[in-house]
Design a protein around this ligand. Structure first.
Ligand code: NAP
Length: 281
């Protein structure tokens, strides 16, 4: 009979390219230590052309699962034996879970993480209380729109630089979603209860979001997905107008908690002490 002590350490990780900047190893290794799980969460850099082969090797190396990040979130779908409804609808996978028999299941925890972060930052937040504005129509926006609709949102406006991508959200997600160009949102902003930046604007090295801050009404819930830096201009300007602001780290931590739960059947806590250990704030 196998002695429990002889079990090899649990292996999990994150696959992307580049991967050196990822905060996920620090988050998951923190939780593994806290929950007494012997194992490692490893950053793995894989080029597009090697992705399928690398994924096939994971069960043979006894990986329990991996997170998938840019640029592989869409192409990884072909390497999964099964995918969740969320991942299929988003067309993107950010978590693979590998069963004992070696089957690879793909899921997307971004939408769950987003909603947890939103309700943590604004307890009692209701999706149907007021119209919602989503800036951006990329992969992250898809996850968020899916989660908003599942939470009961009735009016979602999507504004994007490439207008056709915003319009295509209506074909994909239904008539509660309306597409706009980025330059036509000034009149909309004052009616919004929640505004979410899902573009990559505001990230270190990128220009800030061009946004009509003067039109924001007080107490609008404003969430930025960008977390490098945590204090984006979008967050600062919205706070200056007495909005309720939520930075991107909360979503990152909460979506990670869902992945951790898939692999270890433990829902870890997102605490101030974790935030502190990740970003030192
Ligand atoms: P993506 O699929 O590449 O989409 C990028 C979006 O940003 C598109 O809507 C794009 O508009 C827009 N954009 C990029 N450059 C622009 C510019 N110069 N002017 C106007 N719009 C511009 O990326 P993604 O996966 O959705 O990720 C978007 C952001 O969310 C990133 O910053 C990512 O780090 C962050 N994110 C955070 C979390 C979290 O847990 N906090 C999770 C997922 C993603 P076009 O369609 O016109 O190109």
């Amino acid at each position: 009979m196998k002695d429990v002590k002889s079990k090899p350490p649990a292996l999990v990780g994150v696959i992307g390219q580049p991967i050196g900047h990822s905060l996920s190893p620090a988050i998951h290794n923190y939780w593994m230590r806290r929950h007494g799980i012997k194992g490692y969460y490893i950053p793995i850099e894989i080029a597009r052309e090697n992705l399928a082969e690398a994924i096939k090797a994971l069960p043979k190396m006894n990986f329990r699962g991996v997170n998938i990040t840019l640029p592989h979130k869409e192409s990884i779908l072909h390497s999964c034996d099964s995918v969740s409804d969320e991942a299929a609808l988003m067309g993107a996978v950010n978590t693979l879970t590998i069963s004992e028999s070696g089957r690879i299941h793909g899921d997307n925890t971004d939408g769950f993480g987003f909603l947890e972060s939103l309700t943590e930052g604004r307890p009692g937040w209701q999706a149907d209380a007021a119209p919602i504005l989503v800036l951006g129509a990329g992969g992250a926006a898809r996850g968020i729109i899916h989660a908003l609709i599942a939470a009961g949102a009735e009016e979602i406006h999507v504004a994007n630089r490439t207008r056709e991508k915003a319009d295509s959200m209506r074909s994909d997600f239904g008539v509660r979603v309306m597409g706009h160009g980025m330059d036509s949102i000034t009149k909309l902003v004052a009616k919004m209860g929640t505004v979410i930046n899902t573009t990559s604007l505001g990230m270190t090295g990128k220009p800030p979001v061009l946004f009509p801050y003067a039109s924001l009404k007080e107490n609008t819930v404003v969430l930025d997905l960008v977390y490098t830096p945590l204090e984006t201009e979008f967050i600062q300007q919205s706070r200056a107008r007495n909005c309720i602001t939520i930075d991107g780290l909360g979503m990152l931590l909460h979506q990670a908690a869902f992945s951790f739960n898939h692999w270890f059947n433990v829902k870890p806590e997102v605490t101030q002490s974790l935030r502190h250990s990740i970003v030192g704030e």
